[in-house]
Design a protein around this ligand. Structure first.
Ligand code: NAP
Length: 290
């Protein structure tokens, strides 16, 4: 079993980004700039935002954190996003999810300029990605692809099973790996809560690659996968003890895997690295560098 080390891969990508930024800055351009909007003080969101801001600094980017209280009116949030959309000094903007229940999450996502949508959640980017066109690719899915590429895990023609169909993880990764992309051309099955258990097991037991994003600790057990599988664990679950675990019963399943991602230190790190790549692309677009 070999680890798909997201920390190592992310550090390598970030180092490469910072070298590219240094070249642009030496040529007289300003640094790339990411703005993060955080509503409330949900502990996991605070920690994800902190990681994004720290990684901006390691990438050579400027960053801004805009905070709103949990009680913010939707209109106030939308007005701020409009202001950032029009601000030429910001290349990319993220609204940290989830948002409080009184705010329409999709409306907020739709209000972000597609040119600054580094999360890749706006319908324009998602649609362009699905059509195989140039787009900001959804960050977690893009991070998974970059990790597979970094470790040269074979993907083309492989049977890949995705468990979970959320708009931010399961759906985009299933589309991206089935598209004719630089990391793609797999044969993909997307499963969800209505997939009968027997069908799910039939699929996962013959899969070359299993990607799980359900948010249930220990969901993937050794009986569900074949020897030599590549297992990508997207889950981030906080146990009562405070320990962070994924969706895979890691210790039991790892011996059967050719490759497996750890949690933490796997996909989470890659999501942040992919956001940095998208921000650099947004910046290069702004300055017509690509
Ligand atoms: P989500 O929106 O809650 O979606 C979960 C998906 O799992 C849904 O599509 C659901 O199906 C499916 N599901 C639930 N139970 C299932 C079952 N028994 N069999 C098959 N499918 C089942 O979650 P998410 O936002 O994708 O996040 C999933 C996990 O990944 C969470 O732990 C989250 O914290 C983590 N995450 C990590 C990163 C990262 O950077 N590492 C990024 C995002 C999310 P239905 O659609 O039918 O309900």
């Amino acid at each position: 079993m070999k680890l798909l080390d997201g920390k190592l891969c992310a550090e390598s990508l970030v180092a490469d980004i910072s070298r590219q930024v240094a070249v642009h800055v030496a040529a007289g351009l300003r640094k790339p700039h990411m703005t993060v909007i955080l509503v409330g003080n949900h502990a996991p969101s605070e920690s994800y935002v902190k990681s994004k801001i720290t990684t901006c600094s390691l990438s050579g980017f400027d960053s801004s954190l805009v905070r709103f209280p949990e009680t913010v009116y939707e209109q106030e949030l939308l007005a701020k996003i409009e202001e950032i959309n029009l601000d030429p000094s910001t290349d990319g903007v993220i609204v940290q999810l989830p948002l409080p229940a009184h705010i329409d999450q999709q409306k907020v996502i739709n209000s972000i300029s597609p040119d600054k949508d580094i999360d890749g959640f706006h319908p324009t980017n998602f649609g362009r990605m699905a059509l195989g066109q140039k787009a900001f690719r959804p960050a977690t899915a893009y991070g998974i692809c970059k990790l597979l590429q970094f470790y040269q895990v074979p993907v083309v023609g492989k049977h890949c099973v995705v468990i979970g169909r959320s708009n931010i993880v399961g759906k985009p990764i299933s589309i991206m790996l089935s598209n004719d992309f630089d990391i793609g051309n797999a044969t993909v099955t997307l499963t969800h809560i209505e997939t009968p258990r027997e069908l799910l097991l039939d699929e996962t037991r013959r899969a070359d690659i299993v990607i799980v994003a359900v948010g249930i600790p220990g969901f993937v057990t050794p009986d569900m996968v074949k020897e030599g599988v590549t297992l990508i664990d997207v889950g981030i679950n906080r146990l009562e003890s405070g320990k962070i675990v994924g969706d895979v019963a890691f210790d039991a399943v790892a011996p059967k895997c050719a490759w497996i991602t750890p949690v933490p230190g796997g996909v989470g790190r890659m999501t942040v690295a992919a956001l940095m790549i998208n921000t650099l692309i947004a910046y290069q677009n702004n300055f017509n560098l690509v």
